[in-house]
Design a protein. Sequence first.
Length: 142
Amino acid sequence: MIPGHKHLVFEEGLQSAWLYETLRPHVDEVVVAGVTQSRGQKSDKRDAYGLAEKLRTGSLDKRIFKAPQEFTLLRELSRTHITATRDLVRVQARLKSLYRSRGILTPGASVYSAGQRDEWQKQLPPSVRARATRSGSGPWGA
């Protein structure tokens, strides 16, 4: 309901794409700012005024591109790939750590091979084998 040109700026975060998509029809310009550093005490009011002033003077350090409707599928597939890769690396590190904790060296990637899994697991004491087979899921992997 504010007359004149309306500009909106907010910090990049988990909900920034949703906020951008929701608020875009109501203002003339939406800018998502990547905040690189903050000085002094944290205050939402001070931060909001600071971002507004930087937008007004054209001195925002980092603008984040948001176009939720154009690249949504690509963005979600990228996030899925990144998450799956991180999870895989975490499980592999956990598995190698289990073997190392029993004094078993695991050079290379053969410890991850399904074809060699039984040979690797035979080197572990029976009490630890169940954990090796479940290193990526449930309470056993914790």
